[in-house]
Ligand binder design. Structure first.
Ligand code: FAD
Length: 420
């Protein structure tokens, strides 16, 4: 058993180091985790690892986690949803996590309770990791559930991913697809440009007279710019048209028509619009989104909320440190820092003061080629935020099949580290 784990075990349980793990009473502080994605599931797992006597409860409505990384490959037909799904049952049993299958509807910070249906779950500390939600009020025409079905975002992997794939496969020969990208910050900065590349790949293979219009609300490509530009100009010449500064005026879902503020009206065959985003609804409802009423401010040493003590926020919902992406890899890393801090606090030890975290984002640009960007971030005590470590990180020189193999390994490893 590693030393730090032994110390925590001894101190938390107040027993001899020799006591077997299984004999530890589950009587430590109660930690409730809302959301079993990259942030929440990783936190639940590592809390039990660092301090086994903590009583960890995960609140998550779904029976399985479907990861967004690699979901763009499902859209073009390279993978299936099954390939990117992982059941919760085996995971919670393996780690001794209690699972409440439902949506957290309310947080009461005074009584320290989470309401799930008619049940109230008490906590000593709460971790809120609900991912992100959409700001449909900023997209006139997409308010109704029906309109949202007709114009899929496919930005939470699952049923919408499949629908977008079916729409592409059902498109007429020579049809036009439009992909609309919101202003930053949004989940996964390179994700829309990976999707554009893979839709172009799909068209090239199955509908070569088709065309993809990429309408970006931003003034330029937000990640791996030169690499994507080179791929689009070379491999997909004539298939992709990229339009920057293309902000939405309104949408007519029934006719798949997009009205842009400057560039006018575009009626297409398949409209894929990624709406602007903000913290997950439960975080917003609970008053945790103190940054622009949109994202949750946190202390980067513990991920404790800037609004409510004893409540921590992870993943896409947080106001990310400047220059850091909203990604599954970051959510996983933040979760370990948070779990370490909570475990330390539980046993009266100091919270580590120098967290270092890393991020890698792979993007497929065809069935067999990928590119990556990587970063390393360390805590800056003066700025009280995470900053890029000089000289660390990197960017691909060009797409390669070797990187596509690395990308698949990365995906398997992050899934195994988070939810296995
Ligand atoms: C197309 C695409 C490609 C991507 N590719 C990559 C990539 O290559 N690398 C990378 O690192 N990241 C990638 N990402 C980003 C990554 O998926 C997200 O950043 C990551 O999932 C965020 O983790 P999270 O824990 O904050 O949220 P999630 O992983 O979305 O988990 C949130 C969980 O909370 C649950 N939940 C929500 N509300 C409640 C509630 N009220 N009660 C209980 N449960 C609730 C949800 O059911 C969900 O399981 C990609 C994203 C997209 C869309």
């Amino acid at each position: 058993m590693p030393l730090n784990r032994r110390i925590l075990l001894q101190a938390t349980a107040g027993t001899l180091i020799a006591a077997p793990w299984v004999a530890q009473a589950q009587s430590g502080p109660r930690i409730v985790v809302i959301g079993g994605g990259f942030g929440g599931a990783t936190a639940a797992k590592y809390l039990k690892r660092f301090a086994p006597s903590l009583q960890v409860t995960l609140v998550e409505p779904n029976s399985e986690f479907i990861m967004c990384p690699m979901s763009n490959r499902v859209i073009h037909g390279g993978l299936s949803l099954r390939d990117i799904s992982r059941p919760y049952e085996r995971f919670v049993n393996r780690h001794g996590i209690q699972w409440v299958r439902g949506m957290a509807e309310e947080i009461d910070p005074e009584r320290r309770e989470v309401r799930v249906g008619s049940r109230r779950i008490p906590y000593d500390r709460l971790i809120v990791a609900p991912g992100m939600d959409y700001m449909y009020e900023e997209v006139p025409g997409l308010q109704s559930a029906e309109a949202q079905q007709l114009v899929p975002h496919a930005w939470k992997a699952g049923e919408q991913t499949q629908r977008l794939k079916d729409m592409l496969y059902g498109m007429r020969e020579g049809g036009v697809v439009a992909l609309h990208i919101p202003k930053v910050p949004y989940r996964c900065p390179p994700g829309p440009y990976e999707r554009a590349s893979l839709i172009a790949y799909f068209l090239q293979q199955r509908n070569p007279r088709g065309k993809l219009l990429v309408f970006d609300s931003n003034p330029e490509i937000q990640a791996k710019k030169g690499l994507f530009e080179a791929v689009w100009k070379g491999k997909y010449a004539g298939l992709i048209e990229y339009v920057p500064n293309a902000e939405v005026q309104s949408v007519d879902a029934r006719t798949q028509t997009l009205e842009l503020k400057v560039q006018g009206r575009h009626k297409v065959d398949v409209l894929n619009l990624i709406p602007p985003q903000r913290a997950g609804a439960i975080a917003l409802r609970s008053g945790l989104a103190n940054v622009g009423q949109r994202w949750c401010g946190v202390d980067f040493l513990t991920y404790e909320s800037a609004v409510h003590k004893q409540i921590h926020v992870l993943g896409d919902s947080i106001a990310s440190a400047p220059g850091t992406p909203k990604s599954g890899h970051m959510a996983n890393q933040q979760a370990k820092v948070c779990a370490g801090a909570i475990a330390a606090l539980a046993v009266g030890q100091p919270v580590p003061q120098q967290p270092i975290i890393a991020n890698t984002c792979y993007s497929f640009v065809s069935q067999t080629e990928a590119i990556h960007v990587a970063g390393v971030y360390r805590y800056d005590p003066a700025k009280r935020t995470m900053v890029a470590a000089p000289g660390a990180g990197g960017l691909s020189e060009a797409p390669s099949t070797t990187e596509s193999l690395y990308a698949m390994s990365w995906a398997a490893n992050i899934m195994n580290d988070s939810i296995e």
